[in-house]
Ligand binder design. Structure first.
Ligand code: NAP
Length: 259
């Protein structure tokens, strides 16, 4: 049986850790060559090395700060020069800075929008330019926090809500222009990655335990998700199995946003 991403070329940002690393690994298992980028070159080099020693596709690691506009053009030129095409782009890199409308500072707000929203715009724009002749799939990682509000994540909510609706605008543009490019968003719930464990880890152990117990109570499936749950959703959106989906929101959250 042929693999689902055989001969495809993919770029995954923020792939040195968590969801990006799992998605890159899953894509490679299905035959893709993955360009994995991250602000931290060591971490992404490790991910590429693991992929290259396992059965599957291949991986190329590169440092990228997704907020650097000029570097998006350089990176795309490198990918086209090396592989001749780009079929799949996952705009995954992101940060969370907690704070309410009253406590978050303007600089924290701006940093959050720059990494989580502006960079997704720049990445999508670069992806459309690279894919408009041969087609492709662009996947923007939003969050359940792009759909529902949380008092403690004012800036993160705004950035992820922006990703959600920007994705629909880009999807419509590509469809109107007749480009064979689909653009969709993914909305993970609470998934065990360093982003979540690091923020829980900054709390006192008893506070962290209580927070964890409260969280599990709120998740209908009574468990946090695994990075592979999100990687498999991205794989579906990257593959031809989702060929009739564009501008869609794929929610993977154990039922958290049902109510
Ligand atoms: P993670 O483990 O912290 O991974 C994010 C990666 O992005 C890290 O390797 C980080 O590098 C990198 N990064 C940060 N700023 C960057 C920049 N300017 N340029 C390039 N890379 C940068 O987090 P994750 O949980 O896998 O999150 C991945 C995506 O899923 C994010 O967009 C996040 O908002 C979203 N998400 C996660 C969850 C969840 O429960 N985990 C839920 C909903 C949505 P450093 O570590 O070196 O900073």
């Amino acid at each position: 049986m042929s693999r689902r991403l055989e001969n495809k070329v993919a770029l995954i940002t923020g792939a040195g850790s968590g969801l990006g690393a799992a998605t890159a690994t899953r894509f490679a298992e299905e035959g893709a060559h993955v360009f994995v980028t991250d602000i931290n070159l060591d971490s992404v080099a490790n991910v590429a090395a693991t992929i290259n020693t396992a059965a599957g596709g291949g991986a190329t690691a590169r440092r990228q700060d997704v907020t650097d506009e000029a570097d998006w053009d350089v990176l795309m030129e490198e990918i086209i020069a090396a592989r001749g095409r780009l079929d799949i782009l996952v705009n995954n890199a992101g940060i969370v800075i907690t704070g309410t409308v009253e406590s978050i500072s303007l600089s924290e707000w701006r940093k959050t929008q720059t990494v989580n929203l502006e960079a997704v715009f720049m990445g999508t724009r670069a992806g459309v330019a690279a894919m408009k002749v041969s087609g492709g799939s662009i996947i923007n990682i939003s969050s359940i926090e792009g759909i529902i509000g949380e008092a403690l994540t004012a800036a993160y909510n705004a950035s992820k809500g922006g990703v959600r609706i920007f994705t629909k605008s880009a999807a419509l543009h590509c469809a109107h222009e007749g480009y064979d490019i689909r653009v969709n968003s993914v909305h993970p719930g609470y998934i065990l990655t360093p982003m979540v464990t690091d923020s829980i880890g900054t709390l006192a152990p008893e506070v962290a335990a209580e927070m964890h117990a409260n969280l599990i109570r709120e998740i209908p499936l009574k468990t946090m998700g695994e990075p592979l749950d999100i990687a498999n959703g991205c794989l579906f959106l990257a593959s031809a199995e989702s060929k009739y989906m564009t501008g869609s929101e794929l929610v993977i959250d154990g039922g958290y946003t049902c109510r």
